[in-house]
Design a protein around this ligand. Structure first.
Ligand code: VG1
Ligand code: CO
Length: 565
């Protein structure tokens, strides 16, 4: 059978002025993406913004978290990609690929980039959110230079290079060739969504050691919750087929376009079913990941592994994981609001540590230049240089591997003993985050402006907030990338106290409606007799002082946050 052919047309379009990617891709209501040529425009702008030599002749990986409108978007991508001379598209079966899997596939196939159809942890469905992320050839999120270029091209776009291809059947594995004008071709290959990623995990971790642990500790219970996001098939494969756990060890593992009506965000509020089961059934190890699979939460009965602690523990124990035994740990990094627990580990290990703005794109250069092995964000993001995205299942397996290894030396090791030992060695960086979701955008902006003014006036230094917290530094965080010298400004207000405690305030860049204010509070406790106090208690005074100082009630009208981490 001769290959199907396609023609390319210059299709006039009208520009949209709101296609500015945020912290992680473009996120809007589904209805916004469904406007005439809205999705086409954004893809056209993305392909035009691709770094040299550009989209023509390139290979792209395409997939998403299975949310509503994902499959329609893939057919649009196929048409625009063909129209712009892309040579090859590697697409996950049924359009399913987790964000970490895309990152891995880009690297494995030496592709030029990837398009991810996801709004991550935002809810999905016809009245909820859709999103598009673009990743570059290192497998990581496009840096700001590229996302700014996408926005500027999209803002004045007049023409689409549009091909019209027959609908590609995404359920069938295999390759199809399409013949374009003047000898050009587009190859579309549908691949197994899970296989390559599972192979990578086998290389990174010691699955035998984890299996031995599970056999030895036959009472050990694990529950993984995919929240009806993309990690369902990955989780089933890893926990049940590879590690031999019973079927009852996973829940909500069928990806659904609306995530079963839930909010696919692995935190104590939105993953409440998991939290409740872990408590009621005394489960030793509970874990969840978000819609697109890059986030993770790890809990046990009465234990919550704070993400800021998680990355610190992983760094401290990394040598128990084969990947780090082999490659070593060149350095560690955290996003600015993430607690300084990781810095303490770095100092003890004698390795460099870096502080970058919020968003995974800022870790990429450090990893590519061999300066960074393990990094994390307080927002349930943990990862390493095995790929260029945060990786939810990787983090869960890393904790399991460390648990299995420690248990060989100290039988009966639990999540709690790991954390308590860590605090005893390093002290404890108490940390909490308060989110005020969908508040009035103008008022939130005014609140930030007032803080910025106070910071730049210099009048805050030396002032006391609450009792006993004297300000040593107050600024709006700005970051200069040590590799390419690019500068990111206005990355969040930092109030740093004389004892190292911190209060951070920033606006979210991932919402689709109104503004979300994030208030981060951190206090260090060195005294090992005091590290068992619950975080809410240990931080109460500072949180109250911070809320009053920042003017939360005044500017947001909210007495209580939407989510507390
Ligand atoms: C949030 C988190 C940030 C994370 C980003 C993307 O951004 O705070 O740490 O990198 O989401 O995560 P913001 O701007 O809303 O605070 V995900 O799982 O979308 O890819
Ligand atoms: Co995500």
């Amino acid at each position: 059978m001769s290959p199907a052919t396609f023609q390319i047309a210059s299709q006039p379009t009208k520009a949209y002025d709101d296609q500015k990617p945020g912290t992680s891709g473009l996120r809007k209501r589904v209805k916004t993406f469904q406007q005439k040529y809205y999705t086409h425009n954004f893809i056209q702008a993305t392909l035009e913004a691709m770094p040299s030599p550009g989209a023509k002749g390139s290979t792209l990986v395409v997939g998403g978290d299975g949310r509503y409108y994902g499959k329609e978007a893939i057919q649009i991508i196929i048409d625009i990609a063909a129209g712009n001379g892309v040579s090859k598209l590697i697409i996950g079966q049924e359009g399913i690929l987790s964000t970490p899997a895309v990152s891995h596939l880009i690297r494995k196939h030496k592709a030029d980039g990837g398009i991810l159809l996801t709004a991550s942890h935002n809810p999905g469905g016809p009245d909820k959110d859709f999103g598009i992320k673009f990743n570059v050839s290192n497998g990581g999120p496009a840096p700001e230079a590229i996302t700014n270029k996408i926005f500027s091209i999209a803002s004045s776009l007049t023409t689409l290079s549009l091909a019209s291809l027959p609908k590609v059947d995404l359920s069938k594995l295999g390759s199809q060739e399409f013949q374009g004008p003047s000898g050009s071709t587009l190859n579309v290959t549908v691949i197994d969504s899970v296989e390559s990623y599972v192979q990578l995990m086998r290389q990174v971790f010691d699955f035998d050691q984890i299996r031995r642990f599970l056999q030895r500790r036959s009472d050990f219970t694990l529950l993984f919750d995919a929240l009806h996001g993309v990690t369902g098939p990955y989780g089933r494969r890893l926990f049940i087929q590879e590690l031999g756990l019973p079927d009852s060890s996973v829940q909500h593992c069928i990806p659904k376009p609306d995530f079963g009506g839930g909010h696919p965000d692995p935190n104590l509020t939105y993953a409440h079913e998991l939290v409740e089961r872990v408590e009621a059934e005394s489960i030793h190890f509970g874990a969840a990941s978000d819609g697109d699979g890059d986030r993770n939460m790890i809990i046990g009965k009465g234990v919550f592994v704070n993400p800021s602690d998680s990355v610190a523990v992983l760094a401290a124990q990394a040598k128990r994981i084969p990947y780090f035994k082999k490659h070593g740990i060149s350095g560690v990094a955290r996003s600015m609001p993430t607690s300084q627990a990781l810095d303490r580990v770095a100092k003890r290990l004698g390795i460099p540590h870096y502080e970058v703005p919020t968003g995974w794109k800022f870790f990429g250069n450090l990893m590519d230049s061999g300066k960074l092995s393990i990094c994390g964000e307080e927002s349930f993001g943990t990862g390493s240089d095995h790929i260029r995205e945060k990786d939810g299942l990787w983090a869960i397996l890393a904790w399991l591997n460390i648990l299995a290894s420690l248990d060989e030396e100290t039988p009966g090791t639990t999540l709690d003993t790991i954390l308590q030992d860590h605090y005893a060695t390093y002290g404890r960086n108490y940390f909490t985050r308060y989110d005020y979701e969908e508040v009035d955008g103008d008022r939130a902006g005014e609140m930030m402006e007032r803080l910025r003014r106070w910071c730049s006036s210099g009048e805050l230094v030396g002032k006391e907030m609450g009792s006993g917290f004297t300000l040593a530094q107050a600024d709006d965080f700005s970051y200069t990338d040590p590799v390419d010298g690019s500068v990111a400004k206005k990355q969040g207000i930092r109030l740093i106290f004389q004892d190292g405690s911190r209060v951070i305030v920033r606006l979210s860049g991932t919402g689709s409606q109104g503004a979300t204010v994030r208030l981060y509070v951190e206090r260090y406790e060195e005294d090992s007799s005091k590290v068992k106090t619950p975080a809410s208690e240990a931080l109460k005074d500072l949180v109250e002082a911070a809320q009053a100082f920042v003017g939360i009630v005044e500017y947001t009208g909210r007495k209580e946050p939407t989510v507390i981490t």
